[in-house]
Structures are given as C-alpha cells and as structure tokens.
Design a protein around this ligand. Structure first.
Ligand SMILES: NC(=O)c1ccc[n+]([C@@H]2O[C@H](COP(=O)([O-])OP(=O)(O)OC[C@H]3O[C@@H](n4cnc5c(N)ncnc54)[C@H](OP(=O)(O)O)[C@@H]3O)[C@@H](O)[C@H]2O)c1
Length: 287
C-alpha cells in the first residue's frame, strides 16, 4: 500500500536508466519551472513534495533519493527555519548516489548560513542561489489575492527590493544542475533594478488596466492577515523575517544572473506582462 502511494505521489519523468535529478520542492515556484526545463531537455526528473516526500518524515526520504545524481533543494517554508540545517545535513548523508547539490537560499539572511554550511560540508560540488524576493510572490503566492483585490497592504514601508523572476532562478538552477562550471559557486540573484512596493503596484496597474494600490502597514497589523494563509506560527516567523529583509540592507543589485547565464535578468515589468494569465481568471470572476 505504502509502495503504491510513493509511486503515485513522486512525479517522475521517463528514462529511469538515465541519471536522475531530484527536485525537492518540485511543485513549488522554482521547482516546477526547473522540472519543465529539464524534462524538455530530455533529463530524467523526480519532482518530490508531500505526502510522498516530507522533510518532517525521514522515512519518506530514501525513496526520493534513490539513484538521484543531482539534487535541487527548495526548503519550505524558509531556509532560515531552525530545523532546516539539521534536516538538510541528515538527508544529504543518505544521498549516496549524489554527484552535485543546488540549494535555493536567501540573500542578506544570516539565518540561512547553517543550512548553506550543511550543503558545503558534504564535500560534493555545490551551487548556492542566494535570491532576492521573487516577482512571483505577487502572482503565485501570498500577494496574489491582494493584487486581484486592488490593495497590497504590506509592511515594506518605502524600501526598494530588486525582485527576481523565478524563470531566471530556474534558468540558473538548470545550468547549475547540468553544467560543471557552476560547481562551488555562490550566485546572488536579483532583478535588474530596485523596485519599491509602490513601483510594483504601479507596474501591475498598467499591466492589468485597473488600479492596484500599495498601502504600507505595520508588521503587527499584517501578521494576522498572513496567518489566514499559513497559520499563526509560520506567519509570526515570516512577518519577522520580512521586517528584517525589508529594512533596506538588501536594497542593492547583484550580478548573479549575468555571471551564471551571460545575460541580464528580466525586469519586473517583463515579469508582470508575462504573468497576466495568473490574475485574469480571478479578475474575471470578481467583475
Ligand atoms: N519566495 C521568495 O520570495 C523567496 C526568496 C528567497 C528565497 N526563498 C526560499 O525559497 C524556498 C522556497 O520558498 P517558496 O516560498 O518559493 O516556496 P515554493 O517552493 O513555491 O513552495 C514550497 C514547496 O515545498 C513543498 N513542501 C512544503 N512543505 C513541505 C514538506 N514538509 N516537505 C516536503 N515538501 C514540502 C511544497 O509542496 P507541497 O505543499 O505539495 O508539499 C512546494 O513544492 C524557501 O527556502 C525560501 O526561503 C524564497
């Protein structure tokens, strides 16, 4: 019975005899984009998430790791979670066929360093992607409904953030999973410009053809709103993290996309124009 469940829940592309790339968080914003790209290029991919693979259920790990030669890790809900480093270290100890590891990390976030160290301590070739805020938080995550409602009430003040497009992160991750020159690199991935939340709302207004406002709020007022989506415990941790990340220390650009791919990153406006189908059904329903 258990065996059958594993087969149902771990999505695997054809080609079991090929080296297999394991994507942990394979259904998430970056994981599914990486899966699409690797599959299209003919790689065997195992995209793992719950219930078949669960970070909090080590009994599920070995089936996911079996035969995996390259591993991508997107650790939920945040790599700075206190248990992240220990779980990643324990999982990678069991990854006997692994030849390289790519870790999705955060930028300007001291709390992620123990987890990054756990990856580095394996001695395997590694690539660490220290990312800015994802553009896709506005279309595939907790900011999507506020965009549709026309009011983004969020505790970011007037701080600018160089939002990065998850498609760029996926392009860099695919390169790191398949090309040797990215071994032992840390790439800091940002978009090409600093964008305030008010700028983002103005760009989204233009793309959607309807007003989207940004309203700065206090963290204490935002936390209960986020709790409706992720529960009170995660909301408390994330609200505190957001306040730290958006205090201005990350308001500068980095060259990771250019360095890894030899091309510039996509802008927030390019992202918004391409993401319009993410908001249209909800907008049609609302009108
Ligand atoms: N979002 C950002 O702006 C941003 C910026 C920088 C860094 N990051 C980092 O990116 C990572 C991913 O965050 P995200 O917000 O983008 O999430 P995401 O990758 O879009 O979604 C989380 C993924 O993890 C899976 N998952 C959730 N709980 C799990 C569990 N207990 N065991 C196994 N898989 C589980 C989810 O699938 P199921 O729910 O189906 O299990 C989903 O595939 C985090 O480490 C975060 O720190 C995010």
């Amino acid at each position: 019975m258990m065996r059958l469940a594993m087969h149902v829940c771990i999505a695997q592309s054809e080609g079991m005899t090929n080296p297999t790339t394991l994507l942990l968080g394979g259904t998430g914003k970056t994981g599914r984009r990486i899966a699409t790209r690797l599959t299209a290029a003919g790689h065997a991919v195992r995209a793992a998430s719950r219930p078949a693979f669960d970070w909090h259920a080590p009994a599920t790990w070995d089936a996911a790791l079996d035969g995996a030669t390259a591993i991508y890790i997107a650790y939920p809900p945040d790599l700075a979670a206190p248990e992240a480093a220990g779980q990643i270290r324990a999982l990678l100890r069991r990854a006997r066929s692994a030849e390289r590891v790519v870790l999705l990390s955060g930028r300007g976030e001291p709390g992620v360093l123990p987890a990054e160290q756990a990856v580095r301590d394996t001695g395997l070739p590694f690539t660490i992607l220290r990312c800015a805020w994802f553009c896709q938080n506005f279309s595939e995550s907790f900011l999507r409904d506020p965009v549709v409602a026309g009011t983004i009430a969020f505790p970011a003040g007037a701080t600018a953030e160089p939002f990065v497009d998850a498609d760029d992160i996926a392009d860099v991750a695919v390169a790191a999973l398949t090309e040797p020159q990215h071994a032992n690199q840390i790439y800091e991935l940002t978009g090409p410009a600093l964008v305030t939340f008010a700028d983002a709302a103005a760009i989204l207004s233009g793309v959607l053809g309807r007003a989207v406002h940004y309203v700065p709020v206090a963290p204490a007022d935002y936390e209960p709103v986020l709790a409706q989506h992720v529960g009170p415990e995660v909301a408390a941790a994330l609200t505190s993290l957001f306040s730290f990340l958006l205090d201005g220390h990350n308001a500068h650009l980095a060259d990771g996309v250019q360095r890894a791919l030899g091309r510039p990153p996509r802008s927030f406006a390019q992202y918004a124009a391409g993401a319009i189908t993410a908001w249209q059904p909800a907008l049609a329903h609302a009108s």
